[in-house]
Design a protein around this ligand. Structure first.
Ligand code: C5P
Length: 311
């Protein structure tokens, strides 16, 4: 007896958000980017991207964070699918459905996450079977932190953030994220960083021994003390209230606090589940933040979830 397996009509991929535990920014390069030395950490706030065969290319966004996400060809997930189609010699239009839970323009790489998820989903749907290296190369063309969202976990990033290397990191980390109204533009934050540092001699960024040791020890207290983000003064300069949020979180007992990436989301590291709940309640009651989310890290990178999801 022969059995025929019909090709699946859709593929769904789950992808995490990220926070940078360390984000060291070098001088402005001639191509408009900055060399980085960063430690990426994937956390358990997830978007889900479903791709289905369709007569023509299309994209819809659903979920609590859908507002403000472009649904045209400028959406990074749509660009990812089309870039992969060209690379794989595929002529099969797909409809992309994004279920958004990662804050939009929040410094948590939501757009990059959707692009990474679209690559993995389309690779599966079209049966391309590209290697991880091949997917990473396409990912790097889409954005500096897209390769990390494929990989997940905790990893070092260099170059403009797209060159990944493993980090020895132990332990599970508990986070509280303070969300703001409205996003911040990443290029605007980098430009403000350059403006604030004008006339200063900015060294090439190198990973700090302090963060590497803290991650090796798995001690959340040491990781909390080692958190650093060179973009933070720029994000606070553009949004002074972020400074108040950071102060409030530390007063309420966080082990460490940092602006996530280019912001405006503020990330607090706490001792455990109970401390996360306490901090979330205190921040909400203080009225200084619009919304709070709890998550743990590290989380897996973009991965296929079983079966198509109903609407
Ligand atoms: O790579 P991506 O498209 O995500 O970068 C968005 C913008 O952020 C860039 O156009 C640039 O202004 C800034 N950026 C930078 N240096 C990096 C990464 C991003 O200046 N390493």
């Amino acid at each position: 007896m022969t059995s025929v397996t019909a090709p699946s009509a859709s593929a769904t991929v789950r992808v995490p958000a990220k926070v940078n535990l360390e984000l060291l920014v070098g001088p402005l390069r001639e191509d408009g980017y900055h060399n980085l030395s960063t430690v990426y950490h994937a956390v358990s706030l997830f978007d889900e991207v479903t791709v289905s065969y369709a007569d023509e290319w299309g994209l819809t966004v659903a979920g609590p964070k859908a507002d403000g996400v472009p649904t045209d060809g400028t959406n990074l997930a749509a660009r990812a699918a089309q870039l992969l189609a060209r690379a794989g010699g595929v002529d099969e239009p797909v409809h992309i459905k994004i279920r958004k839970d990662i804050p939009v323009s929040g410094g948590m790489a939501g757009g990059s996450a959707d692009a990474a998820a679209a690559l993995v989903a389309c690779d599966h749907l079209w049966g391309l079977g590209l290697t991880r290296e091949a997917l990473e190369e396409i990912a790097a063309d889409l954005g500096s932190d897209v390769p990390f969202l494929l990989a997940g976990g905790t990893a070092m990033g260099s170059g403009r953030g797209e060159v990944l290397a493993p980090v020895l990191a132990r332990g599970t980390y508990h986070w509280v994220f303070a969300l703001s109204d409205g996003g911040l533009s990443t290029p605007a934050v980098y430009a403000e960083c350059d403006r604030l540092r004008a006339g200063r001699d900015v060294p090439e960024p190198r990973p700090s021994a302090e963060m590497m040791q803290a991650l090796r020890s798995g001690d959340a207290r040491l990781v909390g003390e080692a958190l650093v983000n060179d973009l933070q003064p720029a994000s606070i300069s553009l949004r002074p209230e972020l400074g108040d949020t950071l102060e409030a979180g530390m007063e309420f007992g966080a082990l460490g606090g940092i602006v996530s990436g280019s912001g405006p989301t503020v990330a607090f590291l706490v001792e455990g589940t109970e401390a996360a709940l306490d901090l979330a309640v205190s921040l909400t009651a203080s009225g200084t933040v619009r919304d709070v989310r709890r998550a743990t890290g590290p989380a897996h990178g973009a991965h296929l979830v079983a079966g198509p999801r109903p609407d």
